[in-house]
Design a binder for this molecule. Structure first.
Ligand SMILES: Cc1cc2nc3c(=O)[nH]c(=O)nc-3n(C[C@H](O)[C@H](O)[C@H](O)COP(=O)(O)OP(=O)(O)OC[C@H]3O[C@@H](n4cnc5c(N)ncnc54)[C@H](O)[C@@H]3O)c2cc1C
Length: 503
């Protein structure tokens, strides 16, 4: 039984953990609160770094669907982090349907420019099929298990009716292959064959033209952090094991017993009434066997294994002079010898860079010009094992091929994310994998103990992977943190209404 205010520990200082802490601090029950963060900084997968004389985003890039229904957009607006254009009504009304904007230019691997009409035609074919996946929403049976298989089956039928010459047909397939790779980046997966078809349409796209935070996304998590009571955030404090369903006594709290005890890597033992776990699904996949004692119930353990969690990385290249046109916003690469309808043997060493979808042109920095490449899947994970020099060399060769200019100066420097190797993340974000459904995300979000015995709400689960319709986003993560804070607040409020000892 607790004396005084409840002790709450939040594990993880990303936007989910910070959001939960923010909400709890404002409650009159004024819990004794600590956020334990494994690394030296707050933000998690929101990570802005000063580099190349500007700010680059190693993690989250855009506010997806920046409009009134998006809490990240609203918070960023409240904190004064958005400009006039981002806040404009026109911006908020744009319906993108979640489709990635068309590139300014599309270049083949042999240095020719693809006609914008052909790219537009292939984009509308591809996204038309993506939209059709909603036909299977919540279907108990689907003709095939994955989004990839559905797309490929429909495409093969279309291809049969193409009447152009063989070269044009090959080019169209190569463009479509780039769209498959783009979708892998969006879904954070190696292949769309791994993404479940029936629940795919459950992911919800909010209105609004995706926008960025000019001063860096991390400005947002820094503002939330600044709003928390001093000393509530503890950095460099990796949690090793969460002991739950116990009756723990610690010398620092004479006469008190706690249902949960958090053991940190440095040996610190922190007792608590409630723990909100916000560590990434990738971390849970790797450590769930030792992270919880007793182990998680079988159903929870199973969904952690089943829900997908893949890798999407960014590679930034810095140039002294831009080789692209001043109004160019994105450069797409089309590998001429590829097709989504043909499986190619995976030789990562020789072909990893063919998974790169192209480059976003960042607004010019003080004295440099920066491109941001995106790459997903096993190729992205392989890229993480290479040295900066190797990555720079490979991408210089890619750019020389795309521009048809063998003398194109190499990039001055390179910076990349390595989310798969990051020990406290182990990947980029979640997706609903073949064999799992939206229900599994709800199971992941269920607090423990699940059977209603023992002290209520000992372990609560937040983080992007626990949001059924906004998984993989910052707003999904923030909402999940708020959801778990509200769950605790409801418990406390019900206890105030019906005074009885906390069990
Ligand atoms: C490359 C990339 C691009 C992205 N782009 C976008 C985008 O454009 N728009 C968008 O909305 N979303 C994007 N996302 C997704 C978005 O960043 C995440 O969904 C969101 O930030 C996740 O927040 P979170 O709090 O759930 O998890 P995290 O931010 O990962 O926070 C979890 C925290 O837990 C800590 N932790 C882990 N293990 C322990 C431990 N044992 N003890 C203590 N602490 C621990 C971690 O260090 C981390 O700080 C992107 C992600 C990546 C990687």
């Amino acid at each position: 039984m607790a004396s005084g205010s409840p002790r709450v520990l939040v594990v993880g200082g990303g936007i989910a953990g910070l959001g939960a802490a923010q909400r709890l601090c404002r409650h009159p029950a004024a819990p004794h609160l600590r956020v334990l963060e494994a690394t030296a900084g707050a933000g998690g997968r929101i990570r802005s770094e000063r580099y190349f004389g500007g700010v680059v985003e190693l993690g989250a890039h855009w506010i997806h669907g920046p409009s009134q229904g998006n809490p990240v957009f609203q918070l960023a607006a409240e904190f004064g982090l958005l400009g006039e254009e981002e806040l404009s009504a026109e911006n908020q009304l744009v319906e993108t349907g979640g489709h990635v904007a068309l590139p300014s230019v599309s270049c083949t691997s042999s240095g020719t420019r693809v006609s914008p009409e052909l790219v537009t035609e292939m984009a509308s074919l591809f996204y038309g099929l993506i939209d059709r996946t909603r036909e299977f929403l919540n279907a108990t049976e689907t003709p095939m298990a994955s989004v990839g298989e559905f797309l490929k089956k429909e495409l093969s039928q279309q291809v049969a009716s193409w009447t152009e010459d063989e070269d044009t047909k090959k080019l169209k397939l190569a463009i479509l292959n780039t769209f498959f790779n783009i979708e892998c980046c969006v879904s954070g997966t190696h292949s769309m064959d791994l993404v479940a078809l029936a629940p795919f349409g459950e992911y919800t796209v909010l209105p609004g033209l995706d926008c960025t935070l000019a001063g860096g996304y991390q400005g947002l998590t820094n503002c939330i952090l600044a709003s928390l009571p001093k000393d509530s955030m503890v950095f460099d404090k990796p949690v090793k094991t969460i002991h739950w369903n116990g009756s723990f006594q610690e010398a620092a709290f004479p006469g008190e017993t706690f249902p949960v005890l958090v053991e940190c890597e440095d040996g610190t033992r922190l007792p608590a009434h409630h723990v909100i776990v916000t560590v990434p699904l990738g971390f849970l996949k790797e450590h769930q066997d030792t992270f919880f004692e007793p182990p998680l119930p079988a159903k929870k353990a199973e969904v952690i294994r089943k829900i997908g969690f893949g890798t999407n990385n960014k590679i930034f290249l810095e140039f002294e002079e831009p080789f692209w046109d001043p109004d160019c916003k994105a450069i797409q690469v089309v590998w001429e010898d590829t097709s989504p309808l043909q499986d190619t043997a995976l030789s990562l060493q020789d072909t990893w860079f063919k998974k790169l979808i192209g480059f976003l042109v960042l607004p010019p920095f003080e004295s440099s010009h920066v491109l941001c490449g995106f790459i997903a899947g096993l190729e992205s994970e392989f890229m993480e094992t290479l040295s900066d020099e190797e990555v720079l060399l490979s991408l210089t060769q890619v750019l020389r091929r795309m521009t048809g200019n063998s003398q194109l100066p190499a990039a001055k420097s390179v910076l990349r994310s390595r989310w798969h190797s990051a020990p406290y993340t182990r990947g980029s974000y979640s997706y609903v994998a073949v064999g799992s459904t939206g229900d599994d995300l709800d199971v992941l979000a269920q607090p423990l103990p699940a059977d209603g015995t023992g002290t209520q709400l000992q372990i609560l689960f937040a983080g992007e992977a626990t949001h059924r319709t906004f998984y993989s986003t910052t707003h999904g993560a923030l909402l999940s943190g708020w959801r778990e804070a509200d769950r605790l607040i409801s418990l406390w409020d019900s206890q105030v209404q019906q005074p009885q000892p906390r069990l």
